[in-house]
Design a protein around this ligand. Sequence first.
Ligand SMILES: O=P(O)(O)OC[C@H]1O[C@](O)(CO)[C@@H](O)[C@@H]1O
Length: 533
Amino acid sequence: MTALFQPLIDHHSATKDTRIADLFAAGRDAAAFSVEHAGLLFDFSKTAIDDTALRLLLDLAEKQGVAAKREAMFSGAQINDTEGRAVLHTALRNLSASVIVEGRDVMPEVRATHARLQAFARDVRSGRFTGQGGKITDVVNIGIGGSDLGPAMAALALAPFADGPRCHFVSNVDGAHIADVLAGLNPETTLVIVASKTFTTIETMTNADTAKRWMAARVANPAAQFAAVSTAADRTAAYGIDAERVFGFEDWVGGRYSMWGPIGLVLMLAIGPEAFDDFLAGGADMDAHFRTAPFAQNLPVLLALVGLWHNQVCGHATRAVLPYEQRLSRLPAYLQQLEMESNGKRVSMDGADLPYHSGPVVWGEPGTNGQHAFYQLIHQGTRIVPCEFLVGREGFEPALAHQHLLLVANCLAQSEALMRGRSLDEARAIMAKKGLTGAELERQARHRVFPGNRPSTTLAYPKLTPFVLGQIIALYEHRVFVEGVILGLNSYDQWGVELGKELALALQPILEGTQSAETKDGSTQQLVAWLRA
Ligand SMILES: O=P(O)(O)OC[C@H]1O[C@](O)(CO)[C@@H](O)[C@@H]1O
């Protein structure tokens, strides 16, 4: 498709008849296509990447200047140049560092906000801060996109560590969401966090107003049970939230990268400041690894290169994220924003059309549930879906260790089945054993063939602790960065979400009936008429 990937595409064409299973039969050493770091193992040996492909991919990372751009990011350069911003979410988890942005060390303020968050979390958890009916029992985080997906994913992932108030998440502007969440709660003991980087997002502000009305019906001073997390201190003040409970951050933290700072407040309330710090430490550990490990042993770099191999070189348009960990069930949704909002672009940094595809469609569900839903297509469909498995060595239910074993067995079985497949001869033998013969044997056998040779990777971790979750999330963040740098696009803006927002605003008066729909296309007019009837 382009000179950038051409050597890899040529190599792929030249080797595409080689089956992954045959590479193992010929002595492939899995360790040579794996990397371990601080308890994590990333195994990409069940892909068609061979020594030559790996060398070409590593060359690509060098050639595209990943090392220099990585340093530019960590040191606070304005790498998000379509918004004129630095990209410094890494500063939120490296609290002892010093980071200069526009001539000023931003870290004293980051540390001060972190300390305020901790103090507030301690007060709420201990009951020193109360609602108007006593100790806070429930926290409702109102936010959307990056102000929701990260904390919601992590609160579920770290449920075994939750010993604070119960946490709930409201994101959708659909009134059903907030109605269902508030239905079971007591306004007198509920804390509402309005989480919005901009404090203008219509879904969040509409839900915040609804929560305020709900609380006002039962408590004298609803604003006293509201906290806000935002970069817009003027707007939080105008909304009537006491500055004591407003936690700010800077615009150099992108929404989808923001869970490490104040947007993580709800998580800190759930698991406590100490466990939250462990989560930060996991992220910091991955940062240090990403910054210092040679590319050939660098987890984020390798994850990115495998992603580019499958998408830009082999032409597979999607990537399935398949955690064998029920508590990671929101990870695919979280990664959809992280990866697709970051790398779902069509022009390069200089505004030229990209001469190759940008980021893949990311989707997934936890195993084993996905096996009973969409794995049929993954195994026998006509499209190839590179699969990314995640699995832990240990669960948190010692009494149910036999179930964990079954979970792990299923995960390993899937990647093996995807690679090995089942040949027509094997399928014929199965049918013959069942007593079938002739044309019917042949027909039935063909339905039972698995083509195999379908690539997958596995990220194995010891146990889903806050530290490990921090490592994993930072790993994916840096993967997105490396893919974005190699593709030459800006991973940190999101102009593609704006048009729909503008049109929704314009449609509101039309749906209310205060404006005519005549400027709209025929389909939109028909839908407006039908939905208003
Ligand atoms: O935190 P905010 O400003 O409410 O924005 C929420 C989300 O909306 C987006 O801007 C997309 O519409 C995301 O990038 C962001 O995470």
